[in-house]
Design a binder for this molecule. Structure first.
Ligand code: ZN
Ligand code: ZN
Length: 338
């Protein structure tokens, strides 16, 4: 029997995308840490726009701050925002907590740094030529970030409006945001199950995660509060910075808006799932016909078995609870479950 999610390993709740007053968020890093800690989170990555900063002084034995930032590339060389134009946003997670290298600095993208006179402190690496919205430039950017110790994730595919062909041509991304909650709140379309399946069908070995991307423009009890909506459960061997990064790099994590998986194991041609109470479950395999289970109205279930098609290109499990909140595993390829 193979455990894809082991019942014996502790899962740590993470928000991997978050903005503070260092860019366009409303809360200080200290306030963000206190908010998330009090709501049962174990891990927080404050990923301010174009602003690599480490917040390790806020880490505690039972609460970890991950170092990283969010970068973007726009078609207009001046970096100007255009609500009708595509753009690429990537989250960079530092494998070394003290790594605050700025990848491919460009002055057109440094307004928050300029505001606080922080440009001069930057450790700059990579080409500083003007940013260019092209697959080759973005791939060069990803390569440079990886070379300098970052894991690179693809953010909010719906909001960014990029062509799928472009997204599929990006190389070296370790994970894609399955749900970006602040975008989801505004459009109810920022859930990327279909795109993620397309990536897997194209043979991309990429994981998925969930995040708030909170800016906290509204109080926590407001319907537009963008905190605590979408998260990642990370399952490290040990709760250290290196252990959490290793788990992310190996895909020992899943995305959720609410439900949790307690166990996913494969025994021969059967995958067994134990989870919190849900009303729908799906096994995606890269075919036109995912397997599915649906609860009778007003009921729920917390254990499901699916038979795995011998021709399955991959397996990926999604569950949905009665409030419409999804939880999604990454895709597992046959060499991991056969
Ligand atoms: Zn973004
Ligand atoms: Zn963001």
């Amino acid at each position: 029997m193979i455990n894809l999610i082991s019942p014996n390993k502790k899962q740590y709740k993470a928000n991997l995308h978050c903005h503070s007053v260092l860019s366009d968020g409303r809360r200080t890093p200290e306030e963000l840490k206190a908010m998330y800690r009090s709501r049962g989170y174990d891990i927080l990555a404050i990923t301010d726009h174009e602003r690599p900063v480490q917040h390790q002084a806020l880490s505690e034995k039972d609460f970890m701050m991950l170092t990283g930032y969010e970068c973007y590339i726009r078609p207009d060389p001046s970096g100007k925002y255009d609500v009708y134009a595509v753009e690429t946003h990537l989250n960079l997670f530092a494998k070394d907590p003290m790594n605050v290298k700025m990848i491919c600095f460009n002055d057109n993208y440094s307004r928050y740094l300029k505001r606080d006179n922080a440009v001069s402190e930057l450790v700059r690496v990579g080409s500083e030529k003007p940013r260019e919205y092209s697959v080759s430039y973005i791939n060069e950017y990803i390569r440079t970030a990886k070379k300098h110790g970052y894991l690179v994730a693809y953010n909010h595919p719906y909001w960014s409006m990029e062509d799928e062909a472009n997204i599929l041509a990006y190389e070296g991304l370790f994970s894609v945001e399955m749900c970006n909650y602040s975008s989801w709140l505004l459009n109810h379309l920022e859930y990327s199950g279909a795109l993620y399946d397309k990536m897997l069908r194209n043979g991309k070995h990429i994981f998925c995660h969930g995040a708030d991307d909170n800016h906290n423009n509204y109080p926590e009890d407001h319907p537009l509060s963008d905190s605590f909506g979408s998260f990642t459960m990370i399952i490290p061997e040990e709760f250290t910075y290196a252990g959490v990064i290793e788990a992310m790099e190996k895909g020992n994590m899943y995305a959720s808006m609410g439900p949790v998986f307690h166990r996913i194991s494969v025994d021969g041609d059967t995958v067994h799932i134990e989870c919190s109470d849900v009303s729908h479950a799906f096994l995606y395999t890269g075919s036109k016909s995912p397997q599915h289970v649906h609860a009778e109205q007003g009921t729920s279930f917390n254990s499901i078995d699916f038979k795995i098609d011998p021709n399955a290109r991959y397996i990926r499990i999604s569950v949905r609870d009665s409030e419409g909140r999804w939880a999604d595993t990454r895709g597992f390829f046959p060499d991991e479950f056969r």
